[in-house]
Design a protein around this ligand. Sequence first.
Ligand code: GLN
Length: 454
Amino acid sequence: EAYLSAIDTANEKLNAYVAVTHDKARAMAKASDDKIARGEAGALEGIPLGIKDLFATQDVHTQAASHILDGFRPKYESTVTANLWADGAVMLGKLNMDEFAMGSSNETSYYGPVINPWRAEGSNADLVPGGSSGGSAAAVAAFLCAGATATDTGGSIRQPAAFTGTVGIKPTYGRCSRWGTVAFASSLDQAGPIARDVRDAAILLKSMASVDDRDTTSVDLPVPDYEAALGQSVKGMKIGIPREYRLDGMPEEIEALWQQGIDWMRDAGAEIVDISLPHTKYALPAYYIVAPAEASSNLARYDGVRYGLRVPGKDIADMYEQTRAAGFGREVKRRIMIGTYVLSAGYYDAYYLKAQKVRTLIKRDFEQVFDQGVDAILTPATPSAAFGVADQEMASDPVKMYLNDIFTVTVNMAGLPGIAVPAGLDAKGLPLGLQLIGKPFEEETLFRTAHVIE
Ligand code: GLN
């Protein structure tokens, strides 16, 4: 009830929820009370969570924040949310996001922007919460849920976590099932939690992760007790500092934050080593070929027949065109056009195939560093703190917006786990985050190291 009334008070301003499931929340909470009374409490019994609108929730609003999915109420539940409910969690509602998870500011949503609950000192200007999981991050930061599900294709868990002073982990590709999660770029998409601290993130990920027959890319490995990793010493661990992440013109406060993180790790007994990830500079351009290519294919299914919106036309081809023209927003259309172009005969080799080769090189960079004994890599999470809503520079130049993902996309390209953890405030009092990158399926190392920083 406390969370529901907090949502009813704050959501009009923050726009973090696109649907609040009051009745369902109360029924689930009642069931949890009964289970607790019977001594049958699950690991998350009665914990109220928000769910990103990308996850299919049975008979509940599931629209990926898009007009084209108007009225879509799936008849099935995503594996990730089913896992959470099985452990006793309570659903408060569905969280706003960038349309189809395409964006870095939560401004591409059909439902309008999410507002970051943080304010710069001495200013009342609205800031973005980051994206695409902006609703998840804002809701957690503003106490409108105890934790949230999110997804990360190129930074969408970690960048919003950094912009809102919350913790977000993108686990290794394959750790969580993608079944029932609306697909953006299938070879990059991963679900993970956004939470108020590292411990909550560890508890939530434990519940979300599972192998699943319905997602052949989910991996059959035991899910460790991540919480047990907290408080374990990092003494003797090797933490890599990649020189290619030291960008020209990087704001001094990001530089200082990074140095602070290095000092904290060293003080805790870790060994700091300089490393090189030479193909880093190609990650962003390669990502913005691979992700739109996969998106253009995945989004072909929205044809006005199978799901959601239908705009009548004079014949079936016209109906497809009218529906897609009206149903998709500008950024989604841009991705579909880029994706279709790079996959088309004649350009496939020059763009798509090349980007896939670059992806292999990026992956090898990381493998080599881990082979040299590095346990985790420490970088800034984002090149800046949260920026203003309707920022003129970003709005006029999509590439500027894409630069937000500069430190996060490499991790998706290589399929690795990455965590963003709040590490300090900028000169205006806004949160900044650091990122730790780990070896495949070694999320425990990330919880352990991030716990030292938080
Ligand atoms: N901002 C990136 C994009 O727009 C990443 C999105 C994501 O991780 N879902 O593609």
